[in-house]
Design a protein around this ligand. Structure first.
Ligand SMILES: NC(=O)c1ccc[n+]([C@@H]2O[C@H](COP(=O)([O-])OP(=O)(O)OC[C@H]3O[C@@H](n4cnc5c(N)ncnc54)[C@H](O)[C@@H]3O)[C@@H](O)[C@H]2O)c1
Length: 250
C-alpha cells in the first residue's frame, strides 16, 4: 500500500463521489492530498476521513481563474512541487439542444472543460518541477459516444478527451516528464447520479446498456485513476482509460 508514497496529489471535486473515493485510495497508498471542492462542509468531513496527516483543504470553484492562481501559489509555498493533478470536478445535466439555454451550455462547458484547462495551465510549472508529474482528466463515456440529451455534456467531455491528448503531446515535446491521460467512466453510483438511479425506469434503461449488468462503484473508477497517477502507467500518455462495464464495447 505505498504506490504513491511521498507524492503530493491535488484532487478537485474531492468532497463527494469519485473524487472522494480517489482521495481515499491515494491517501491509503501514501500520498499527501490537497483536496479541493466548492462544498466546504463536505470537504472538511472528507479530509477528516482520510488516513495519514498533512492533507490540505481548499474551498474553491474550479471555474475561477484567480482561485487557481492563488492555489498554485499556495502549493508552491507549502510543497514546492506537485506530483499528481486529478481534474475531476464536474457535473452533467441532460437536456435536448432545443431545451438548453446558452447560459446552461456555458455552465456545463465551464465546470467540465474550462476547469481542466485552468488546472492544467496553472499547475503545469509545479508538475514539471516534480519530474514525474501525472495529470488525470475526468471525461466520460459521453466524451466518446453521444446520446440524446447529452449535447452540452458530450461536447465538454469530448473536449476534455482531446485537450488531454494535446497536453500529452505538448509535455512530451517539452520533455518536462509530465504525462496526461483521460478517464472515461460509464454509469457509476455517486450522489450525482443517485436521483436518476432511484428512478426505476431510468435505472432499467441504464442497466440495459451495461453488458456486465450492474452500475459501477466510485472505487472502481478510483482504482483506474490510481493506475494512471502511479508509475505503473509510466509508458502511457495521451491515452483513454474506459471503465464502463462494457457499455461502449457494443
Ligand atoms: N457518476 C457517473 O456516472 C459519472 C460518469 C462519467 C463521468 N463522471 C464524472 O465524474 C466526475 C465526478 O462526478 P461524481 O459522479 O463523483 O459527482 P459528485 O456530484 O458526487 O461529485 C462531484 C464533486 O464536484 C464538486 N463540484 C462540482 N462543481 C464544482 C465546481 N464548479 N467547483 C468545485 N467543485 C465542484 C461537487 O461539489 C462534488 O463534491 C464529474 O466530472 C462527472 O462528470 C461521472
Amino acid at each position: 500500500m505505498s504506490r504513491l508514497q511521498g507524492r503530493i496529489a491535488l484532487v478537485t471535486g474531492a468532497a463527494s463521489g469519485i473524487g472522494l473515493a480517489t482521495a481515499r485510495r491515494f491517501a491509503a497508498e501514501g500520498a499527501t492530498l490537497i483536496l479541493s471542492d466548492r462544498n466546504g462542509d463536505a470537504l472538511s468531513d472528507a479530509a477528516k476521513s482520510l488516513p495519514g496527516d498533512g492533507h490540505e483543504v481548499v474551498v474553491m470553484d474550479v471555474t475561477d481563474e484567480q482561485a487557481w492562481i492563488a492555489l498554485a501559489d499556495r502549493v508552491k509555498t507549502r510543497f514546492g512541487t506537485l506530483d499528481i493533478l486529478v481534474n475531476n470536478a464536474g457535473f452533467g445535466k441532460f437536456a435536448s439542444i432545443a431545451d438548453t439555454t446558452l447560459a446552461q451550455w456555458r455552465s456545463i462547458i465551464a465546470v467540465n472543460l474550462d476547469s481542466v484547462f485552468l488546472g492544467t495551465k496553472y499547475m503545469m510549472p509545479l508538475l514539471a518541477a516534480s519530474g514525474r508529474g501525472a495529470i488525470v482528466n475526468m471525461s466520460s463515456i459521453r466524451g466518446i459516444v453521444a446520446g440524446a440529451g447529452t449535447g452540452s455534456y458530450s461536447a465538454a467531455k469530448g473536449g476534455v478527451r482531446m485537450f488531454t491528448k494535446a497536453t500529452a503531446i505538448e509535455c512530451a515535446a517539452a520533455g518536462n516528464g509530465v504525462r496526461a491521460n483521460s478517464i472515461h467512466p460509464g454509469h457509476i453510483a455517486t450522489p450525482l447520479t443517485a436521483p436518476a438511479h432511484a428512478d426505476a425506469e431510468i435505472a432499467r434503461s441504464l442497466l440495459a446498456d451495461v453488458p456486465l449488468g450492474r452500475i459501477g462503484q466510485a472505487e472502481e473508477i478510483a482504482d483506474g485513476i490510481l493506475f494512471l497517477a502511479s508509475d505503473e502507467s509510466r509508458y502511457m500518455t495521451g491515452a483513454e482509460l474506459v471503465i464502463d462495464g462494457g457499455s461502449t464495447a457494443q
